[in-house]
Structure formats: structure tokens, C-alpha cells
Write a protein that binds this ligand. Structure first.
Ligand code: C5P
Length: 403
């Protein structure tokens, strides 16, 4: 799936050591389907060559407003007119100061002043430069002017120090640019999600779990952030990284057992939407052994099971009504081996929730692909086979309409 198909991005590069990552960023934007037009400041050319970027993007690289080879010599107007966004990576302290004051003394700054498209900056500088009140003033002024700042992050810096001011990695920038272009249908909303499997301990080394990878729940978390929501993600044991971590819009709590997931979820119910995507174990072991259970010949241990709490049922029971709608609006998931639609709808009614999503097909566990059927009181709607992130975006759009 290419999430930046048909998007025209002007990639501005200013003078900082992080410019060495700009060619990789250009490539990643293009892999997502964007066409990339590079504009470099004079200082940027000390760190990376225009030829590199020209070769990667397949487009001429613009360097100066005084270039007499440009047909109408109005590159600053032409480039911004046709662009969907200007992205500057890295954005140096000097460039941010100039932009915050509306200065336009080279092609890139002139282009920004003359633009009628969004401007996204990824600051990159030494930590003292970032923390300097002048830079902080510039950053605030730019935010007030509607400019989007992506990062910076904290970490190792080229100067040998550790601190705030590191440019986000090209993959993170690309994700945030994709996110920027998504419809903000959940702006200001809080979304609670359970994801992944649970693990029910038998003893300190053994336990009972299931094949859930967490991918669908994590994709919904990402799609909800892209739609502008604040997300609370309660994750069972799975190796997945937190999506769009650098935005800080996902608060993640890792849990192991169904009981822990129940406690963490019920502690965060003040949300507008609850997606119960986790494959929660129906039963746990009544008394997990404190020490490893030793093998006793061919004798199998007698394990006593107890039913786990039903998280979704409890949240749905506690839901209030706000402006005539259930709050939180609960969305359950169902994986069935037969009669998916019938069983899923029965489950929806039994749990007292307005919407349930059925996973179609047996091959969804661990896969990047899925196929869904969305069922509510008005009927059902299939969402055709696609990558889980794409399905998650469609599901978010459907739910956003319901609330
Ligand atoms: O009851 P069943 O497991 O068939 O229902 C599936 C739905 O209920 C899923 O949305 C799942 O996340 C949720 N569930 C839950 N707590 C449980 C069992 C299931 O939240 N203990």
C-alpha cells in the first residue's frame, strides 16, 4: 500500500549534519508514492550534494532564486503552487529563525513565504541551540503561524552530546507525513484499545496464550492517531513497536494476563471510543504454581481453570449515555470458525455493544492482511481484503461517523 500516492512534496534541505539523512527520506517518501522535488540552501550543499538528490528523485534540484535556466524565473511561486506540502528536513535553528520572522533571502525561505500549502519542519540541531530561548521563540511563533513541527527527538547527537534536538529518523518522518495527510475525523477524541494476546501463567516458565499478533489492534491505534485522537493502548505480550511513538499521542500500557488487562482497561474508561481488539483468554489457571511444576513420569498435572473477566462486557455495562450516544462507543471483534455474521451479531447483542467487527477468513492471525465485516443495528458492511492499516483507517472513518 502506498500512502502518499499522487502527493507532490517539496523537500527543503537546510544546512545541518542531519542533511545526510535527507536522501534516505526522499527515497522513503517516493516509495510511498509521493513525487519529491528538492530545494537546498547553500549551507545544505556542504553536507550532501544536489547530484545525489537529483539522481534519487529523478527531478532537477533547485538551489537558487537567481537561476536563469528556470523558464519564468519564478520557481518560488511555481513550486509551492503545485505542491501538497513543503517538508523541510533538516530544519536548522537559523532556518527556523528566518521563517518565524518571515524572512525570504534565498529560494527555500522565499518559497515558504510564497506558499499556499502546509509547511512541515523537522528541527535538527545541537541541544543547546534547540534549548536556546531564541530557538524556542522561533518554534512557538512557527506553531502559532500554523506550521507543523515534527520532532525533534532526544538522543545521541553528531556533536557527541546527548539531548533534545535530534532529527527524527526518515521512517518516522515519512510516517508522520502520511499521518499529516489523513482526515482528522477523531480530532479531540480519546480512544481506548486492547490489543494482542493475553498470557495465563501455569507456573513461572509455562503458560497458555493464543496466536494473536496484535497487528490489527496496533493498526487501529495508528489510524486513530492519524485521525487526531489521543490513544490509550493496552497491549498483551507482543513485540510490536508503538506506532507513531514520536507524536506522543499513544499512551501504552503493557500487560500479561487477562486480569491485568481488565484492571488496566477499566482504569482508563473515560474515553469516547473503546476498541476491544485483544484476543483475551477466556480462562486462567486458578492457582499458578510458584515454582516450576516438575514432570512426574507420565502423570499430567491437574490444572484448575477459572473464567476470566469479560473486559468488553464490563466496559459496555459501565458505559453512559452522552448526547444520546453510548459513551464510550464500544466496538468488539469476533473471530469465528462458522457462520461469522450470525455468531458475531449474537455476540454484539449479548455484550450490549453497538458495533462488532468480524475477521473474515482463517488466515488473519499474524498476517499483514485481513478482511472485515462490520455489524451494527443497521446491518452489515464488508471491508475488502487489504493491509490491516488500510482496514483500520476505513474502520475509524465508519466509527467516526457513528459518534
Ligand atoms: O467473548 P468473545 O471472546 O467471543 O468476544 C470477543 C470480543 O470480546 C473481542 O472484542 C474481545 O476483545 C472481547 N473480550 C474481552 N474480554 C474477554 C473476552 C473477550 O474484552 N475476557
Amino acid at each position: 500500500m502506498q500512502s502518499l500516492l499522487n502527493k507532490k512534496i517539496v523537500l527543503g534541505i537546510s544546512g545541518g549534519i542531519a542533511a545526510y539523512k535527507a536522501p534516505e527520506l526522499a527515497r522513503q517518501l517516493m516509495q510511498e508514492g509521493a513525487s519529491v522535488q528538492v530545494v537546498m540552501t547553500e549551507a545544505a550543499q556542504q553536507f550532501v550534494t544536489p547530484v545525489t538528490l537529483q539522481a534519487l528523485t529523478g527531478n532537477p534540484v533547485y538551489l537558487s532564486q537567481w537561476d536563469s535556466t528556470i523558464p519564468n524565473n519564478m520557481a518560488h511561486i511555481e513550486l509551492s503552487r503545485s505542491a501538497d506540502a513543503i517538508l523541510i528536513a533538516p530544519a536548522s535553528a537559523d532556518l527556523m529563525a528566518k521563517l518565524s520572522l518571515g524572512l525570504a533571502d534565498d529560494l527555500l525561505t522565499t518559497l515558504c513565504l510564497a506558499r499556499d500549502c502546509p509547511l512541515l519542519l523537522t528541527p535538527a540541531m545541537n541541544k543547546q541551540m534547540w534549548e536556546h530561548p531564541a530557538t524556542q521563540r522561533s518554534a512557538q511563533r512557527l506553531i502559532d503561524d500554523g506550521v507543523a513541527l515534527l520532532g525533534p527527538a532526544s538522543g545521541f547527537q553528531a556533536c557527541g552530546e546527548i539531548g533534545m534536538g535530534r532529527m527524527l529518523e526518515p521512517a518516522e518522518i515519512t510516517e508522520q507525513v502520511i499521518s499529516f495527510f489523513q482526515k482528522k475525523s477523531l480530532a479531540g477524541k480519546k480512544v481506548l484499545i486492547t490489543a494482542g494476546p493475553t498470557f495465563e501463567a501455569i507456573d513461572p516458565v509455562r503458560g497458555i496464550t493464543n496466536h494473536s499478533s496484535g497487528k490489527m489492534g496496533f493498526a487501529i491505534a495508528r489510524a486513530a492517531v492519524e485521525a487526531g485522537a489521543q490513544v490509550y493502548l493496552i497491549a498483551g505480550p507482543c513485540d510490536l513497536p508503538t506506532p507513531l511513538d514520536a507524536t506522543g499521542q499513544i499512551v501504552r500500557t503493557n500487560v500479561v494476563s487477562a486480569k491485568e488487562m481488565h484492571a488496566a482497561t477499566l482504569g482508563a474508561t473515560d474515553c469516547d471510543i473503546f476498541f476491544a481488539v485483544a484476543a483475551v483468554a477466556d480462562w486462567g489457571i486458578a492457582k499458578p504454581a510458584k515454582e516450576k511444576i516438575k514432570r512426574q513420569g507420565n502423570q499430567a498435572p491437574n490444572l484448575e481453570f477459572v473464567a476470566n473477566p469479560d473486559i468488553l462486557l464490563d466496559i459496555a455495562k459501565a458505559a453512559k449515555t452522552k448526547a444520546g450516544k453510548p459513551h464510550p462507543y464500544c466496538v468488539g471483534f469476533a473471530a469465528e470458525s462458522t457462520d461469522l455474521e450470525k455468531h458475531a451479531d449474537e455476540k454484539r447483542k449479548r455484550k450490549g455493544i453497538p458495533m462488532i467487527v468480524g475477521n473474515i477468513g482463517p488466515d488473519t492471525f499474524g498476517s499483514d492482511l485481513n478482511q472485515l465485516i462490520v455489524i451494527d443495528s443497521a446491518g452489515s458492511k464488508k471491508i475488502a481484503k487489504a493491509e490491516k492499516l488500510q482496514l483500520a483507517r476505513q474502520l475509524i472513518a465508519l466509527v467516526a461517523k457513528k459518534i
